[in-house]
Ligand binder design. Structure first.
Ligand code: SF4
Ligand code: SF4
Length: 184
């Protein structure tokens, strides 16, 4: 089996402080990475990524800040953990992706996949409001912002017909607990 490969990593400005910061934010030691590439071989979204997940581990090991924060991999990753359950070193790879997204936003680095960021924001908005995701509202808000209400209409109608989308949201009772999570 041929494992997917990303672009070659070119050594630029190395920032060890960045590497330490991401390690702390992610709570996992990516320096233990062996570059076995099991993560990239199993990732269901690797075809859409520029750097493969193992490549991102190398970027953060080396402290290649600009490359790590501006690659599309950190936005394409859906946090499914398929990679981390196969990792022989038990590295929390999606945790690293999450830390990199957080850092990219904190540093106002333009998301290379703005639609994905917009979708994340709608999901968070729904959780902040109801304590749960209300998928129909998430999709409608997202589509409205994109000014593209009709492109997936057939899929939406089929989901509604199969009762996969609730018309009204369900709320958790303890919304105060959710409020605390979102408090800065
Ligand atoms: S968590 Fe991200 S990197 Fe890992 S397999 Fe899933 S999509 Fe790929
Ligand atoms: S599976 Fe783990 S050890 Fe292997 S390349 Fe990926 S992160 Fe590194």
């Amino acid at each position: 089996m041929t494992l997917p490969e990303g672009p070659p990593i070119r050594l630029g400005a190395l920032d060890p402080q960045f590497s330490r910061e991401i390690k702390k934010l992610a709570g996992t030691d990516f320096h233990a990475c062996l570059q076995c590439r099991s993560c990239s071989g199993g990732c269901p979204f690797s075809d859409h990524m520029d750097y493969m997940p193992n490549g991102v581990m190398r970027l953060v090991q080396l402290g290649l800040k600009q490359e790590a924060l501006s690659c599309n991999t950190i936005w394409i990753c859906v946090g499914c953990h398929t990679c981390s359950i196969q990792c022989p070193m038990a590295i929390d790879i999606p945790g690293v992706m999450d830390a990199l997204r957080e850092k990219a936003l904190a540093e106002n680095i333009e998301a290379i996949e703005p639609d994905i960021l917009a979708f994340h924001r709608e999901v968070l908005h729904s959780i902040a409001r109801y304590g749960r995701t209300h998928k129909l509202e998430i999709m409608l808000r997202y589509k409205l912002k994109k000014r593209d209400l009709f492109s997936d209409l057939d899929v939406g109608l089929r989901m509604l017909a199969k009762r996969k989308l609730d018309l009204s949201p369900s709320r958790i009772t303890d919304l105060e607990a959710i409020e605390k999570v979102f408090r800065p």
